[in-house]
Design a protein. Structure first.
Length: 396
């Protein structure tokens, strides 16, 4: 009853597959946007552009968190504690999570707008007119406000406010997905992986986290419920999975209050599932954001070497696509909820490791990829690869 093998369901899974991959690529590109566009962009008003670029650069540099092994452990412990609290006190904490979602969405949109200000004409012109205007307030919390930043804040709050008041409507999945994408790209932009060692620790810990809360917790709860599945579906209302999963839609086509922590895709092509009230596939933000951190790291490494190709970034994206495909196949074959990171974490890491071994970069990538002067490939380290993108070499 949880999965109907139909053309509609297949179309839905395929759409979610490419949707998730596209968000992963977008998040990786956005995290490196200053490197990609900062040096090559030619703007008309260079003086104003330089000012806003410097301000945006300083603001975003302050927000970047350098991941360490201890922070990776802390992240998993916090995530574990949060999901357990949600499992036992879902009816109360769901509204706190909605408030955090709103805050994250507003902050994410604001960050994106500031980051893109030097490259978007209308924002650049608004900054040139309003960026130098500030006014004081009587509040100790906000002693002074910049007019341009205030304008960006109100613009950033429009879409999240629409979602808040219309979140029970069927069509709101479009707005929730837009806000979810913004949150994912903001997370990836604000967290920096220093090397492959830290990336491996982070992905391995979340691999264990995902497996435990999906596969192990049913043996530990009195009801036999999976903690992850119960929380993801609003307190256990509908069976689900980490990817290609089934959401719940009441007969009046309105949403109950559920955690807004997943991308949603309606099963418009599957009347069987719609008739059963199982109308949405969902993919958790973490199943995109965590692998995106690795992909962003790989792209940064590629860009730091100015290659003719981007072997590590392409390799990590291919690894993600392989892992996501394995998740979908397992979902269809087993007809049970699947922890996506069970497949995504090893496939991404193995793909990057293969490229690193081919190019003789494994040691530098593992320790100090952005500091080791000997991170260029050497002819005596590796044989030429027959795969065009996997071998990074200088044409000169």
């Amino acid at each position: 009853q949880f999965l109907h093998h139909s053309i509609g369901a297949s179309v839905n899974i395929v759409f979610m597959y490419f949707f998730a991959t596209g968000v992963l690529i977008l998040a990786s590109l956005y995290a490196n946007i200053k490197t990609i566009l900062g040096n090559s962009s030619q703007l008309d008003d260079k003086s104003n552009n330089n000012n806003v670029q410097e301000e945006s650069q300083d603001e975003n540099d302050d927000e970047i968190l350098n991941m360490t092994p201890s922070l990776a452990v802390a992240f998993v412990i916090l995530a574990s504690g949060l999901i357990l609290l949600l499992f036992f006190f879902y009816d109360y904490l769901v509204y706190i999570m909605i408030a955090l979602f709103m805050s994250g969405a507003i902050g994410g949109i604001h960050s994106v707008l500031r980051q893109l200000t030097p490259f978007v004409g209308v924002l650049r012109r608004a900054y040139s007119k309003l960026g130098g205007i500030s006014f004081t307030t009587n509040s100790w919390l906000l002693p002074s406000l910049n007019l341009f930043s205030t304008l960006l804040f109100f613009l950033s709050a429009l879409l999240p406010t629409l979602w808040l008041f219309a979140r029970h409507q069927y069509w709101i999945w479009i707005v929730q997905d837009i806000l979810g994408i913004v949150i994912i790209v903001s997370i990836v932009q604000s967290i920096h992986l220093p090397n492959l060692k830290v990336a491996t620790i982070l992905l391995s810990l979340f691999f264990l986290y995902d497996v435990f809360f999906v596969f192990i917790t049913p043996y530990l709860t009195s009801t036999g419920e999976s903690v992850m599945v119960s929380v993801a579906t609003g307190g256990g209302s509908t069976p689900t999975s980490a990817t290609g999963s089934l959401g719940s839609l009441p007969s009046d086509h309105s949403f109950p209050d559920q955690l807004p922590l997943a991308l949603l895709v309606p099963r418009l092509a599957d009347p069987y599932l719609n008739a059963c009230g199982e109308s949405f596939s969902l993919l958790g933000y973490g199943d995109i954001a965590i692998p995106s951190l690795l992909c962003s790291f790989c792209l940064a490494f590629d860009l730091s070497r100015r290659p003719s190709r981007y072997p590590y970034f392409i390799g990590s994206v291919i690894g993600y696509m392989i892992g996501l495909a394995a998740t979908d196949v397992s979902l269809v074959v087993m007809e049970t909820p699947q922890p996506a990171l069970l497949y995504l974490a090893p496939s991404c890491l193995i793909s990057v490791a293969i490229v690193a071994v081919y190019n003789g970069h494994l040691r530098s990538l593992w320790n100090n990829p952005f500091q080791d002067p000997e991170n260029s490939p050497r002819s005596d380290d590796v044989e030429m690869s027959s795969v065009p993108w996997i071998k990074d070499f200088d044409d000169n």
